[in-house]
Design a protein around this ligand. Structure first.
Ligand SMILES: Nc1ncnc2c1ncn2[C@@H]1O[C@H](COP(=O)(O)OP(=O)(O)OP(=O)(O)O)[C@@H](O)[C@H]1O
Length: 231
């Protein structure tokens, strides 16, 4: 892919992934394509065991495909070494998981500041951005609370702020509200959509919740190892 042209935030091209299974192998992805453009929110809705986590791990450069290529912002990643992949993960990708994985001994604000310091921002700029993001997500009065002093929905909103703090190209989320009760899930999901829209990010969000998925621009599934529109 050439630079200069508009590029998808993420392009999985003919991606293959198989796992050894006894003397044969289990083909989870068999050459699927998926392009996600800047500003686009795509839901990944697929039955258990069809390869959602595998796909998210590949898109997050946590695993390498057995075939095909993964482009992030137009850059091919298959031949990159580990340090380059780590840099892309830190600078271009944001992650939200079902369980928030916040640092328990640090405040909400510090949890959002730390990734920005690792990225090289000044402490003052990082604190100002963290405070803005958390306020946008409705946590302006909770900045100094530690995760253990926050509700589940509040913790997940801190995790969302942390994921977008470095202005990634692409947000990857695996069941981001799967651990919350339906009302809290709905509210957290609304804030997730709001912040992705406000930041004009691209997002790939795996969810079992069809109602939440329907609020995104596009829904895809995995069928027979290929990534296809959900119908
Ligand atoms: N490291 C591995 N080694 C062997 N098989 C694996 C490995 N990881 C996943 N698999 C298999 O690949 C298939 C896809 O797994 P994956 O975790 O991607 O599914 P999923 O759609 O995310 O499922 P769920 O919704 O239940 O989390 C499953 O059959 C799983 O057993």
């Amino acid at each position: 892919m050439s630079s200069g042209q508009p590029q998808p935030a993420l392009f999985l091209s003919k991606v293959e992934r198989r796992y050894p299974q006894g003397e044969t192998s289990l083909e989870v992805l068999r050459g699927g394509d998926l392009a996600i453009w800047p500003g686009e929110m795509v839901a990944l809705v697929a039955p258990s065991g069809t390869g959602k986590s595998t796909l998210l791990h590949l898109a997050g450069l946590l695993e390498k495909p057995d075939g095909g290529e993964i482009y992030v912002g137009g850059r091919p990643t298959a031949a990159m070494d580990d340090s380059e992949r780590t840099r892309i993960r830190r600078e271009d990708l944001g992650f939200v998981y079902q369980f928030h994985h916040l640092l328990p001994e640090f405040s909400a604000l510090e949890n959002v500041v730390i990734p920005q310091l690792i990225r090289g921002l000044s402490k003052a700029d990082a604190r100002s951005r963290a405070s803005q993001l958390l306020t946008f997500l409705g946590l302006g009065k909770r900045l100094d609370h530690r995760p253990g002093e926050l509700s589940g929905g509040e913790q997940q909103r801190v995790a969302i702020a942390r994921a977008v703090a470095n202005a990634p190209r692409l947000l990857l989320a695996d069941e981001p509200t799967g651990n919350l009760d339906p009302n809290t899930a709905d509210r957290v999901f609304q804030t997730l959509v709001a912040i992705v829209r406000a930041s004009k990010l691209a997002a790939l969000i795996a969810t079992h919740n069809l109602e939440l998925a329907s609020r995104m621009d596009r829904q895809v599934t995995i069928r027979d190892g290929l990534i296809v529109p959900l119908t």
